[in-house]
Write a protein of this length. Structure first.
Ligand code: SF4
Length: 106
């Protein structure tokens, strides 16, 4: 779904699942999946007018080394400010989805 000239959002189904998620939980658009998917579970932010990031402690988190997390954070630095602002301005419903996991500033 096109939100503006440079921001697109994947429309989820009624359960909140991404339409590109296969039954075996793999991504069916691996080669072109969005950057924010590529850097999961790291989420960039620009709180306090300074670029930063958090890491969500989802089930993937224990499998990542500190080097992996640092690499994902670095990759997140190229996500545009507009996309980050949109990401953090999305609905409380979406934010609530991630509240099941702990997170930490990285
Ligand atoms: S990685 Fe992104 S595009 Fe792929 S299935 Fe997950 S949410 Fe959808």
């Amino acid at each position: 779904m096109k939100l503006s000239d440079d921001i697109y959002q994947i429309k989820t189904d009624s359960t909140g699942a991404c339409p590109y998620l296969s039954k075996d939980y793999s991504c069916t658009i691996q080669d072109i999946k969005p950057k924010l998917c590529r850097i999961w579970p790291v989420i960039p932010h620009d709180k306090y007018d300074k670029r930063g990031a958090i890491v969500i402690k989802c089930p993937l988190f224990p499998m990542l080394s500190q080097t992996d997390i640092d690499t994902l954070k670095k990759q997140g630095e190229s996500v545009s400010c507009k996309v980050i602002q949109h990401l953090w301005n999305i609905s409380e419903e979406t934010k609530d989805k991630y509240k099941v996991f702990d997170y930490e500033e990285i």
